[in-house]
Write a protein that binds this ligand. Sequence first.
Ligand code: ASP
Length: 324
Amino acid sequence: MAILVIHGGAGGDGPWLGKTPLDPGRIDCMKQVLKVVGRRLESGEIDCLEAVTLAVEMLEDEPLFNAGQGSVIGEDGSITMDASIMRGLDKAAGSVINVTKLRHPIRAANFILQRGWPVMLNSSAADDFGILSGVEQVSQDWLKTELRQGQWNQWKQSKLNPGTTDEDDSVLDHDLEGRVSTEFSDEGMGTVGAVALDSNGNLAAATSTGGMTGKPVGRVGDTPIIGAGTWSDDTIAVSCTGVGEAYIRTCAAHSLATSYHSSGKLTESADKVLDDVAPLGGRGGLIAVTSHGQLTMPFQTRLMYRGYWDNYNIKVGIGPEFEP
Ligand code: ASP
């Protein structure tokens, strides 16, 4: 038995409004990831660590998600990306912060994990380490898409408008979505993540993001922080998405593990984590899988791109219901 669960970010307030013109592309990508990686995981060809790495690499390659190519653009007009990965068996972990030149930040995080020390590298040192280890080097122009440039232009414009507050200093894609309405406001929420249980009963988790549109230079979200955006031990693997600051302040991913360890109740524990981040402005969601083969994918936003492979059964969804 093997399970792979993925997400492509959560966002939006209010009721589900149905799919956007870009959503079929995201659905196809998620299905492809689950089919390709799920099969290899199920057959035992790859373990949970490689499965979450490959799944996230494929999501990073989809420009409609906010990771790798198609990452959102920060305050200074540049793209900086965060990623982390953790193996449950021995709690080995790797993380990169604010990388600017890597096609697959998650692979760099994986290489850090494999090397064993240190756990986190930032900025140019993380870029250099990734490139020397074999991660493909790409330019900022390659990472930037028209969609993200359009969203950034709107964010910039909104800052020039009277009434803009400090809270508008940086925004998730879905915040832009609620505020403006043009072709560029399609949402594209899209931090990506994966958790997996392999046939040996081992677990791993991985998360990758471009962060938030208009984020200040040097900002670090929850995604590269072990215990906040990503966690795996030998009983549970977790990947989070949402307003990172709230997930950091509640140690969200680790807090889910702690609650699950003491109660044994996955769904309740996951809901509690989202209840804890909400008062801190932490709209978002998470995915988790346990060594007993249970999975959960809660979110308290309008939508969360998500899906799973469970014993050859594939399901994907965006709004409250899964796709037929
Ligand atoms: N958690 C990410 C961050 O704060 C954003 C997201 O999940 O959409 O950087």
